[in-house]
Write a protein that binds this ligand. Structure first.
Ligand SMILES: Cc1ncc(COP(=O)(O)O)c(C=O)c1O
Length: 342
């Protein structure tokens, strides 16, 4: 077990957190004269700062304990919170693996945290050998693994993730934003074994709630308590908590969307494989495809002119576009347009 307290920034360890009205009195019944709210209206009350009902529902769906859950304003908030809790600005470092989700570096930069950036190998996997020289450094506080990885689409080798968990005494984040599409086991059932593991998931992808900004972290109770100490008290609005509760009522809807998007992804792979300008389609465990084309800048602009917006990743991976799987009609449009532009 890792001594979590030893990893925490001293000012956070000593922090006296804000105590909100709704955390001091948790009951739902009564005459509420404690939070300087307006007594009139339907959205006039502050939301539950600890999202108790939502966490219980999530715990049911994910088969874990609600006490191991933190909800963030998108998983971006969870990523930022992890830096704020564990990385002393100007002193500590985080390890990331490129190319990956751009917010990791931005969050590090915002928190004035140095980055050890290890390039992924030719199969977009982590080379454990390259991490070894850093794992014992006391200023390395955080390792962020994205699996399935954005923008490459592959899942990270499970042995390598286990190697990092077994050999690093800091915090390991496994960002599983795309896990629902991967049909692979989540790392979240390993939080009991590894108290330094933080698994991040989101309602933005498979659950179709990107507008509601809801991210989830699963971790040991000690880490959950630290996140709760540092997060803004009312970080998830009542409207957004309600949106998630409604989505969770019907997991079947999410599962059907995931199944359709996976089959549409396979259809896209087949159709795009016969397009001359598409040089390579990388295997994907997510809801997007990374495709190498003859000239990514040029094709990107041509598609925009036809009203189809993809993500140009040429600066990170030569001549690659990242294409999200859309509705069957949208995918049909993409296939027809790319074929027409040949
Ligand atoms: C790997 C990864 N993590 C996190 C996020 C952010 O998710 P959220 O909408 O929950 O902030 C994204 C968004 O694209 C992502 O690709």
């Amino acid at each position: 077990m890792v001594d979590i307290n030893k990893l925490v920034r001293p000012n956070i360890l000593n922090l006296q957190p804000y105590s909100s009205a709704r955390s001091e009195f948790r009951g739902k019944e009564g005459i509420f004269l404690d939070a300087n709210e307006n007594p009139f209206g339907s959205l006039n009350r502050y939301p539950d700062p600890f999202q108790t009902e939502l966490k219980e529902k999530i715990a049911g769906v994910k088969e874990c304990h609600s006490r191991n859950i933190v909800i963030g304003n998108g998983s971006d908030e969870i990523i930022d919170l992890t830096f704020r809790v564990f990385c002393d600005p100007g002193k500590d470092k985080a390890m990331i693996f490129s190319p990956s989700y751009g917010m990791y570096r931005v969050a590090a930069d915002i928190n004035n945290t140095g980055v050890v950036d290890i390039p992924l190998d030719k199969d977009f996997q982590i080379d454990p050998e390259k991490t070894k020289p850093y794992l014992d450094r006391p200023d390395l506080k955080l390792i962020i693994v994205c699996s399935p990885n954005n923008p490459t689409g592959n899942s990270m080798d499970r042995e390598t993730v286990t190697f990092l968990l077994d050999n690093f005494r800091g915090i390991v984040i496994v960002d599983e934003a795309y896990n629902d599409f991967s049909q692979e086991p989540s790392w979240l059932n390993r939080i009991e074994q590894y108290n330094n593991l933080v698994v991040i998931q989101t309602f933005s992808k498979a659950w179709g709630l990107a507008a509601a900004r809801l991210g989830m972290a699963f971790a040991c109770e000690e880490i959950v308590a630290l996140f709760n100490k540092v997060k803004p008290p009312y970080n998830i609005s009542s409207i957004n908590q309600q949106a998630a509760l409604e989505a969770l009522q019907d997991s079947g809807k999410k599962n059907r969307a995931v199944a359709l998007l996976i089959s549409e992804k396979e259809r896209l792979v087949k159709a795009l494989s016969s397009v001359d300008r598409v040089k390579k389609i990388y295997p994907s465990r997510a809801n997007f495809l990374l495709i190498e084309v003859d000239n990514a800048d040029f094709l990107y602009r041509e598609l925009v002119n036809e009203g189809i917006i993809t993500r140009n990743r040429h600066r990170e991976i030569a001549n690659c576009l990242r294409v999200t799987v859309g509705t069957p009609e949208e995918n049909e449009m993409l296939i027809n347009t790319i074929t027409k532009l040949q």
